[in-house]
Design a protein around this ligand. Structure first.
Ligand SMILES: Cc1ncc(COP(=O)(O)O)c(C=O)c1O
Length: 218
């Protein structure tokens, strides 16, 4: 069940200006799996979904529209999603598709800090909290493709996964960067599977909720 609040302008007329009338709507709809099957990601080298001073932090429709064409091109190259990079240098790894992104290098978990280019996702925040509670070394800091490429070449890049409400956690099976492609073998007890299970268990009332995330709906 997907619960999606949204706002649309309803004022009659054609003009490039804020409307004076809006409608706030919440839809509840069954939804199919967001990221079905194996997901390989490629690092954006040309296109961007968000830029400094923009609205990349918000669920604004234009952010998603800008993703369709580059994602279509990536699909033709065998990738299902794109790792979005900063618009200036295409160096900093920021989001994956419509998810926040995490890298496991050796046993450390790294994710970019939020900014006006990155959505402050609830799943990201939950995973950071869970990882800290599990005693994992969590690093919230800018993360570059140079660093991740070097870690991959040394065999230190163990996992890359996306995090968002719709899919919870999506482990990526492959990562492409320029002429390099790295595959990740499916792992027992990966961080991704541990976080997904821990979050699902809290959501489905199967585990204690030490964080106070669960609310009883009466
Ligand atoms: C661009 C983008 N990043 C990240 C997320 C994940 O956010 P959340 O965990 O709040 O669902 C979403 C979710 O829709 C998103 O659209």
């Amino acid at each position: 069940m997907y619960i999606r609040p949204f706002v649309i302008a309803t004022e009659a007329g054609v003009s490039a200006s804020p409307a004076t009338e809006y409608k706030f709507i919440i839809i509840l709809a069954p939804a199919q799996k967001y990221y079905a099957g194996d997901v390989k990601v490629t690092v954006a080298q040309t296109f961007s979904r968000a830029a400094d001073g923009g609205v990349g932090f918000a669920k604004a429709a234009g952010n998603y529209a800008a993703q369709f064409y580059p994602t279509d091109l990536a699909k033709k190259e065998g990738y299902q999603q794109i790792i979005w990079t900063d618009a200036n240098e295409h160096e900093y790894l920021e989001e994956a598709g419509t998810m926040n992104i995490f890298f496991r290098v050796n046993d450390s978990l790294i994710t970019a800090p939020t900014s006006d280019r990155i959505l402050d996702g609830i799943t990201r925040k939950s995973i950071i909290k869970l990882a800290e509670t599990m005693g994992i070394d969590v690093q919230v800091r800018p993360v570059t493709i140079t660093e991740i490429n070097a870690a991959a070449q040394k065999g230190e890049l163990k996992e890359v996964f996306g995090a968002g409400t719709a899919a919870v956690v999506v482990p990526f099976v492959g990562l492409g960067y320029k002429d390099n492609h790295y595959d990740f073998a499916k792992q027992e007890n990966s961080y991704a599977s541990q976080f997904k299970k821990a979050l699902n268990d809290i959501q489905y009332n199967r585990a204690e909720d030490p964080f106070g995330w669960r609310y009883e709906v009466k």
